[in-house]
Write a protein that binds this ligand. Structure first.
Ligand code: 9UX
Length: 106
C-alpha cells in the first residue's frame, strides 16, 4: 500500500466517526434535560424475549429515556433523567416482573 492509498483509507475510516461525533454534540445542546446512565445487574434473563420484557417494564418509568437489556451480559443499561427516575424504581420494576435486579457494583 503506498502512502496515498493509506491516506485515503484513513480518511474514509475517520470521516464518518467525526461526523457522528458532531451530530451527537448537537443533539445534546438541543435537549437540555440532564441524562445519566444507570447499569443494573439482572439475573434470570435467558433470551431476547426476556430483554424485551425488561425494556417494556423499565420504559414505563417516568424519566427513563432508553433501556438496553442484554441477557448474555446479565445487565440492563438505562438512560435516565436523574432528576426524575430513581435507580430503586428501576430495580423494583424489574423485580416485579420476575427477574432479580441489583444495583451494579461499580
Ligand atoms: Mo426469555 Mo421466554 O424468558 O418466557 S425465555 S422471554
Amino acid at each position: 500500500m503506498n502512502s496515498k492509498t493509506l491516506f485515503i483509507a484513513l480518511a474514509l475510516i475517520t470521516l464518518p466517526a467525526l461526523i457522528s461525533c458532531t451530530t451527537e454534540a448537537r443533539q445534546e445542546t438541543a435537549d437540555a434535560t440532564p441524562t445519566a446512565l444507570v447499569t443494573i445487574d439482572v439475573q434470570g434473563m435467558t433470551c431476547a424475549g426476556c430483554e424485551t420484557s425488561i425494556k417494556m417494564a423499565v420504559k414505563k418509568i417516568a424519566g427513563v429515556k432508553n433501556v438496553e437489556a442484554s441477557f448474555s451480559e446479565g445487565t440492563a443499561v438505562v438512560t435516565v433523567n436523574p432528576e426524575k427516575a430513581q435507580e430503586q424504581q428501576i430495580i423494583d420494576a424489574i423485580n416485579k416482573i420476575g427477574y432479580t435486579a441489583k444495583k451494579k457494583k461499580s
